[in-house]
Design a protein around this ligand. Structure first.
Ligand code: ADP
Ligand code: MG
Length: 737
């Protein structure tokens, strides 16, 4: 029996007894300057703590490789690397995605499918063993006063002799339904004493990858937390006091190994504050104070109107308004720094194209940066389609090009032979130079770091900057998150659109869904099916999509062309698959969420999302935005794998509305009510921990605090407080918005 997890848990609690500030105190004694923590009259406590401090450099540093953490071997290191954990610091910021809670024992009769539960009782018959293929299945029946439940273990034959009739057992495991009966699967066994020691406590559950267990990660975090030396406080003490924030080290302890929910929330609040405060400082640091004069003063050229007239549609009022705001900026003699927010499908791309065209007509170069290769090639093609005939020279620069292609592209840009470059991060590499960069556009801005936007800006002489995002952020929050950017909103959909029809169904509906897809395909339409990323391992993600596709090929007639797309493919391959789909050569595209960003195939009218309950509402909304982009009626089928009232209610918000702002607000309300207990719930990737909706109040506080620092003060603070500086710098590169 695997009791390992509990040991881990117990010793996790031991770590909590380390004096939280001892290391810090030691540093002060040594005369190392450390700003942000004022120690007042704790006299004895501190010297006692100091006494226990180990001398010498045996401890870990945040910048050390995770390999230095005791117990982390070569294999574990490889797995951790896959989770983007390279250093001790990364490990400590690998926050649990939730907690496993030992709840009070339950009567057998109250067990429900899908939950993890613990029951106490005696065996009502001798254990039975049978073999099914290569599996050895051990079965017992556990009974209490309320009834009995079937309990099974796979491939643990040795248990058979350990389980005794007449002994009282506590089993804790997952409840499933097998052939109509409630079954507890693979439970762990506890004595009463053991169980009650765990009860009410929270075990961290970490994001994992194939080859590493939750226990192994837990142990590594625990050791790192115990032995890392440079976890001293770095927030200015006044701020901590004013905002009533726990100490840094304590907060880490609380978020990884909380004694209870209150502690976990306290720790989380502090760390969320940090993310948002440091982010705000980072923004303030790079912020240009006041209006910056620009050498790219443009005039509105009539050719743009000709391009507009040639389009198969008229701009919406909102698109026109935003375009005017952009033109005003670019004519003004000052640098434009503008964020365009518009829900999925609101038509941001054409606005970008027109701004780029105006720039080229005025003799400048434009750069259009996007987060994925697939999106880059899509934008590249639509730009070529619209502008090549008008004498605009457009180039593509992405990571998957050959070295030679890249070099040639760079030469063309530097020589001014390309007017516009579309690309991924490849555009901000050091080697890339522009002859006369006048406009920088980032699409899907929330996927980029502030630093990346800034690097692109540095490539020109004060170029104009336009950022585009589909993340629906309330204005007050946007003001904080986007610092000094001016905000434009496209709050109107193209007139020819019919609202997407939505439904939330369970797996019993699947045959109907396939039938419906077939009808749509017969009418010449195309279909997306989204399978969730499987977190445990990338292999199983692959399996998921490929197996699903194979099954689908068995279900649909051979005339239906089915293809699949997943994150393990090379960019080139992904692109070819997307291109086939865009050309209409594929009828059904089975994909993971790699499809999410900005792809535009107006002929696709059905999207079915498997296991929709596993996605955040915001992410589902983005996914759904892949359909409803043309004039045909579109449909979104949200398939839930697990019957649960909570997820139904949550998903019904999507079924009610196609408005991203409304969905974000409702999502927030639901989360507030439901007290879903997790660290972060939404699917956006803006911060590691903070959720801009849920943590709006903390964001405000952090923004206020950051605002009290002038640029000079921040520079000074950086000089005095290296630790804070390092963190802010990491944020500049890391935080995406
Ligand atoms: P997003 O805002 O999500 O980036 P896109 O710019 O990709 O949306 O536009 C979605 C689709 O709508 C594209 O096929 C585009 O050609 C089309 N479109 C854009 N503006 C209009 C409009 N005013 N009327 C009709 N269709 C439009
Ligand atoms: Mg887009």
């Amino acid at each position: 029996m695997d009791y390992d997890s509990r040991r881990t848990w117990d010793s996790g609690l031991d770590a909590g007894s380390i004096p939280a500030r001892s290391i810090f105190t030691q540093r002060r004694q040594k005369g190392v300057f450390c700003e942000g923590q004022t120690v007042r009259g704790h006299g004895r406590g501190y010297s006692a703590a100091l006494f226990h401090c180990k001398k010498g450099g045996r401890g870990l540093q945040l910048s050390d490789s995770v390999r230095k953490v005791k117990g982390v071997g070569e294999k574990a290191e490889r797995c951790l690397n896959k989770l983007n954990i390279g250093t001790v610091g990364d490990l400590l910021e690998h926050y649990p995605r939730g907690y496993d809670e030992f709840k009070p024992l339950q009567p057998v009769a109250s067990l429900r499918e899908g939950e993890i539960a613990a029951v106490e009782g005696t065996l009502s018959a001798r254990p039975q063993m049978r073999t099914a293929g290569r599996l050895k299945i051990l079965t017992v029946t556990l009974q209490d006063e309320s009834g009995s439940v079937l309990v099974t273990w796979f491939n643990m034959p040795f248990l058979r002799n350990q389980l005794k009739m007449g002994t009282r057992y506590i089993f804790r495991g997952k409840i499933a339904r097998k052939s109509g009966r409630i079954v507890m699967e693979q439970p762990k066994m506890y004595t009463r004493e053991e169980y009650y020691r765990q009860a009410g406590r929270l075990r961290p559950v970490y994001p994992l990858t194939a080859g590493i267990t939750n226990n192994a990660v837990t142990k590594a975090v625990e050791t790192a937390l115990k032995e890392t030396e440079d976890l001293q406080e770095y927030l200015p003490a006044e701020i901590r006091k004013r905002r009533q924030l726990t100490g840094y080290k304590k907060a880490l302890q609380q978020i990884h190994f909380p004694e209870n929910k209150k502690e976990m929330r306290e720790g989380r609040r502090r760390l969320v504050f940090d993310e948002l405060f440091l982010y705000s400082l980072a923004l303030a640091y790079i912020k240009k104070s006041g209006a910056v004069p620009s050498s790219h003063v443009m005039e509105e050229r009539p050719e743009a109107a000709e391009l507009l007239a040639s389009l198969p549609f008229d701009l919406t009022g909102a698109q026109q308004k935003v375009l005017e705001e952009i033109m005003q900026d670019m004519k003004s003699g000052y640098v434009m720094n503008r964020l365009v927010q518009g829900d999925v499908g609101s038509g941001k791309t054409i606005v970008a194209v027109l701004a780029l065209y105006q720039t080229v007509l005025n003799g400048g170069q434009g750069a259009f940066m996007v987060p994925t290769e697939v999106l880059a090639s899509q934008h590249y093609k639509s730009l070529c389609g619209l502008l090549s005939d008008r004498g605009v020279r457009i180039g593509l620069l992405t990571g998957s090009l050959t070295a030679k292609q890249k070099r040639e592209g760079q030469e063309s840009l530097a020589a001014g032979e390309w007017d516009i470059v579309v690309g991924t991060h490849a555009i901000i590499q050091d080697k890339v130079e522009f002859a006369n960069l006048a406009l920088v556009i980032t699409d899907e801005q929330h996927r980029f770091g502030v630093k990346q936007r800034e690097s692109l800006f540095q490539k020109g002489k004060e170029p104009h900057v336009l950022a585009m995002s589909a993340t629906p952020i309330p204005r007050t929050l946007a003001l904080i998150l986007y610092g000094d950017m001016d905000l434009s909103v496209i709050d109107e959909r193209p007139a020819n659109r019919l609202p997407i029809k939505n439904c939330v169904v369970n797996t019993a509906y699947r045959p109907n869904a396939y039938k419906f897809m077939k009808e749509q395909i017969d009418q010449g339409r195309q279909v997306y099916i989204i399978c969730p990323m499987v977190e445990e391992s990338e292999e199983s993600e692959l399996e998921n999509v490929t197996i699903y596709t194979e099954e689908l090929r068995g279900i649909f007639p051979a005339s239906v062309r089915i293809d699949n797309l997943h994150g393990r493919m090379k960019p080139q391959e992904k692109e070819e698959i997307m291109e086939r789909f865009a050309r209409g050569d594929t009828d059904i595209l089975v994909s993971t969420t790699v499809i999410e960003v900005g792809i535009d195939v107006p002929n696709a009218t059905v999207i079915m999302i498997e296991n929709a309950e596993r996605f955040g509402l915001a992410q589902l909304h983005q996914l759904r935005g892949r359909v409803g982009r043309g004039k045909e009626q579109s449909y979104c089928i949200l398939m839930t794998g697990q019957e649960s009232e909570d997820s139904r209610e949550r998903l019904s918000v999507l079924a009610e509305s196609n408005d991203g702002f409304y969905i974000a607000r409702e999502d927030l309300k639901l989360r507030g009510q439901g007290d879903l207990f997790g660290i972060r719930q939404s699917g956006d990737q803006i911060f590691a921990l903070a959720d801009i909706f849920e943590d709006a109040a903390i964001l405000k506080e952090a923004g206020e605090e950051a605002k009290t620092f002038t640029g000079e003060e921040i520079t000074l603070l950086y000089q005095k407080n290296k630790r804070l500086r390092n963190r802010v710098e990491r944020y500049l590169g890391q935080v995406t918005l």
